[in-house]
Design a binder for this molecule. Structure first.
Ligand code: FUL
Length: 452
């Protein structure tokens, strides 16, 4: 029962006095609305670490270690597509500073590797394969650089911004630019081999860096612990808060405004009710224990059941699911990961491919919407969406079924926003009711769908 085109307005249970069509609080930008529709995307962690068996390269790697023997961007994109992915974000540069594109900013790059005799460009190959498969493309470009001699000094910022400029100017439209929060510590730093601590709030001049990114890629969502478009969910397990607001006001544990690497993680996880910014959460998690490929983890790949559960705990809570799938030393997705991904994709299509109640009659009674199904049907999941362009309004709801004589509650929740999937103890139902229990403004439901 998709109400997207003809969204139902429930009678005013809101105390705000706001009219239904008036936006409430922080609202999404068009680029954020477009991003919300992607829901499930993949991360690809791939660099010298794949060959040195590390998670964080020190920055002193010989570029010649990077040598994927059978790198095949189309084969990778095909597996992701089969899993139902809508986009892929590549680690163009991780903390080791090794660049997967032939940058002019450093010698620590693919140009000095044996891959295609130094003529290769993994960023280009993957961006083109993604486009051929209808996947959006994004990049991860680590602010922390353990290779650069100038890291920690103002000169590094010029190099970093030049790297961003190269990446954002040459590889087509990007949907997301990812800046992680790991910032500073020990590293090679051009041979100094020391520990460098930076001022997380000021060193990178994030407002200036984001402004450059906006100018070069106006359609891309910018991700970090503090957005500005998409926020980190506060853990690397792939799990959004049971209550997860799309609105958020970043704060540092020391009471300051918050910056990448310096936020209250529990608040990243839940967002902030009526927060200052529209900044939905992204759940990044790896299909394996590590972010990079390690032979020792080939038998530790998450199962389709585990991935399905993570989907419910990310997408199903109004966040996005960014699942990392690390290419191996051949430059391919390992068979175990590919098998798990394909089966996960099949399960998602099977479960959410068909709304059970396309012809249900619907009526509204006070603060409730009732679906009358043509016949008794087993319901396993209820999916709800708010009309997010007007802001996040609903704060609590319940789902009931009519048992013949009475309404019986079968599920409930708090935030809805972009999406809320409510798992139900499989029951037969002919009438299903959504009751809005708390809302800040007249609720606008964009979707009330039932799945088996
Ligand atoms: C973190 C990094 O330190 C990890 O290596 C990984 O890239 C993860 C997605 O972000 O900040």
């Amino acid at each position: 029962m998709k109400l997207t085109r003809r969204s139902l307005l429930l009678s005013a249970v809101a105390a705000s006095g706001l009219r239904a069509e008036q936006p409430f609080g922080a609202v999404p930008s068009p680029r954020q609305i477009a991003w919300s529709k992607l829901e499930f995307c993949n991360f690809l962690h791939f660099t010298v670490n794949t060959f040195t068996d590390k998670e964080w390269g020190y920055g002193d790697e010989d570029p010649r270690v990077f040598n994927p023997t059978h790198f095949d961007a189309d084969a990778i994109a095909e597996v992701l597509q089969q899993a139902g992915s809508k986009g892929v974000i590549l680690t163009a540069k991780h903390h080791d500073g090794f660049c997967l594109w032939p940058t002019k900013t450093t010698d620590h790059s693919i140009r000095n590797s044996p891959y295609k005799n130094g003529k290769g460009d993994i960023v280009r190959e993957l961006s083109e394969a993604a486009a051929r498969r209808g996947l959006r493309f994004g990049i991860y470009v680590s602010p922390w650089d353990r290779h650069q001699a100038s890291y920690g000094r103002p000169e590094y910022l010029t190099i970093y911004r030049e790297q961003i400029r190269e990446l954002l100017s040459s590889y087509g439209p990007l949907f997301e630019i990812w800046h992680d929060g790991a910032n500073g510590g020990d590293g090679y730093y051009g041979g100094a081999r020391e520990k460098r601590v930076i001022d997380k709030l000021h060193y990178y001049d994030w407002p200036g860096t984001w402004a450059l990114e906006r100018k070069l890629q106006p359609g891309a969502c910018l991700f970090s612990d503090v957005g500005p478009d998409i926020r980190w969910v506060g853990n690397e397990k792939g799990i959004a808060g049971q209550t997860c607001w799309a609105t958020y006001t970043p704060r540092s544990p020391n009471g300051g405004p918050g910056s990448p690497g310096d936020t209250i993680e529990a608040e990243n996880n839940t967002g902030t009710r009526n927060g200052k910014y529209w900044m939905p959460a992204e759940c990044d998690v790896s299909i394996r224990p590590g972010w990079f490929w390690h032979a020792s983890e080939n038998d530790k790949v998450k199962t389709p059941d585990e991935l399905f559960d993570l989907y419910l705990k990310s997408v199903g809570r109004g966040a996005s699911f960014l699942l990392n799938v690390p290419p191996d030393r051949r430059g391919l997705i390992h068979e175990n990961d590919a098998a798990s991904l394909r089966e996960f994709g099949r399960r998602i299509r099977e479960t959410f491919g068909r709304d059970l109640a396309p012809e249900a009659a619907r009526s509204t009674v006070g603060n409730a919407i009732i679906l009358d199904l043509p016949r008794e049907t087993i319901v396993r999941y209820v999916r709800l969406r708010e009309e997010i362009a007007l802001g996040q309004r609903i704060g609590a709801f319940a789902i009931d079924r009519w048992n013949g004589g009475d309404w019986q509650e079968m599920g409930k929740g708090t935030s809805i926003g972009i999406c809320r999937i409510v798992p139900i103890e499989a029951v037969k139902a002919k009438r299903v009711r959504l009751r809005i229990l708390k809302t800040e403004a007249p609720p606008k439901i964009a979707e009330f769908a039932l799945y088996a």
